[in-house]
Design a protein around this ligand. Structure first.
Ligand SMILES: NC(=O)c1ccc[n+]([C@@H]2O[C@H](COP(=O)([O-])OP(=O)(O)OC[C@H]3O[C@@H](n4cnc5c(N)ncnc54)[C@H](O)[C@@H]3O)[C@@H](O)[C@H]2O)c1
Length: 349
């Protein structure tokens, strides 16, 4: 990895693209549609494909769909192989071109935003997924990946949690609009696989973080980084004991691409890092990597829904993804947080 910390994103992109070299030949002249292409993971997917295009004689065409509900960035990629369509995927729409691959990353994934727009969250996860599955069917795509979520397990009781665990989820609680609609999106994806042989792969990401994750997103790492950078403090809205397993973005993107390019249609895989840490530990690691002292406080949130139905532990069983695509996460929490912090410092402040 590069020591030039301003170049962390560029470095991630170069490494992911190089690690996917075995698939380049199959990508010559193909078209990839990325729904939610302006978001955090969409930005990584897009830039890896731009990097891969440097090596192809017949470049990939990349179609980005996004309604910009959480990513406000309208600036255009200055690349004639990229087309951006401002589109709500839960509305009916058409794609004129042929499509070979679909990467479905569109959702309202930020907890404060999905609590603000619960019905839109259900719409993008269910109707949006269904609309993309219809496009996959019409265009006879070679492969499609849907990014579901570890949230479909709710507040699990088995650790590490395997894909076979059915979940412990409230269908009416404050997180239900996200969790339950992701579950229904998995159901409809598997039905399209069974009834129409759509070559779908479902990934269940566990807390992915890194450059380009919006600092105001409300997820734990951007939340902690923002208050550590701006106010030299971290506020934990619990007793600090709930655990999470955080996965640095370059590891996750590598796994998603490998799943997309695999022949394992109808598969459902956890994607993440199985290094389980408490929320307090995350604060302590951020304190360690920052160049200035910070204080860590535990304060109950004013929002009664903030911790309601919040999982106490989260840790993926990665056996299946390891066996399926030979995936092993490479970046540990300290290194990932160091890269993320340096990137925020040099790009956002
Ligand atoms: N990052 C993680 O830790 C994580 C964990 C579990 C699941 N996921 C899933 O991975 C996917 C990508 O997550 P992310 O972290 O990049 O989120 P993100 O919020 O950064 O990106 C999602 C993108 O989808 C777009 N979008 C939302 N509704 C849309 C609609 N109706 N039509 C078109 N575009 C729409 C948003 O504007 C945004 O650009 C999401 O489906 C999310 O649920 C992410």
């Amino acid at each position: 990895m590069s020591d030039n910390l301003d170049d962390i994103f560029t470095d991630d992109i170069k490494i992911i693209a190089e690690e996917l070299e075995q698939f380049y030949e199959d990508l010559e002249g193909k078209t990839i549609l990325i729904a939610g292409g302006r978001g955090f993971l969409g930005t990584y997917f897009t830039n890896v494909l731009i990097k891969i295009n440097e090596k192809l004689s017949d470049p990939l065409k990349i179609i980005l769909l996004d309604n910009l509900i959480t990513s406000k960035d309208k600036k255009k990629y200055l690349d004639s192989n990229i087309e951006f369509l401002e589109q709500d995927i839960s509305e009916k729409f058409q794609i004129n071109e042929n499509v070979d691959y679909i990467i479905h990353t569109a959702s309202i994934a930020s907890p404060p935003t999905y609590r603000k727009f619960p019905i839109k969250t259900v719409d993008v996860n269910y109707q949006g997924t269904r609309n993309l599955l219809d496009i996959a069917k019409e265009k006879k795509v070679k492969s499609m990946i849907f990014l579901s979520s570890s949230e479909i397990y709710g507040n699990p009781e088995i650790f590490p949690t395997p894909e076979s665990y059915l979940g412990k989820v409230s269908c009416i609680g404050p997180r239900a609009c996200y969790d339950e609609s992701k579950r229904l999106a998995e159901t409809v994806s598997i039905l399209y696989f069974q009834q129409y042989e759509i070559p779908i792969k479902i990934a269940r990401p566990f807390n992915v973080y890194g450059p380009y994750l919006n600092l105001n997103d409300g997820r734990i790492i951007p939340d902690f980084m923002k208050s550590a950078i701006e106010d030299s403090e971290i506020i934990i809205h619990s007793d600090g004991t709930p655990t999470r397993s955080f996965c640095y973005v370059s590891d996750a993107i590598n796994a998603f691409f490998r799943l997309l390019f695999s022949n394992d249609n109808g598969i459902i895989c956890n994607v993440g890092n199985d290094e389980e840490v408490s929320v307090s530990d995350v604060g302590n690691v951020i304190e360690k990597i920052m160049e200035v002292p910070i204080s860590i406080k535990m304060i109950k949130s004013d929002d009664p829904n903030y911790t309601k139905d919040n999982p106490q532990r989260r840790c993926p069983d990665l056996s299946l993804i390891k066996k399926t695509v030979g995936y092993t996460p490479k970046i540990n929490l300290e290194e990932g947080l160091r890269r993320t912090y340096k990137w925020y410092r040099s790009n956002l402040i």
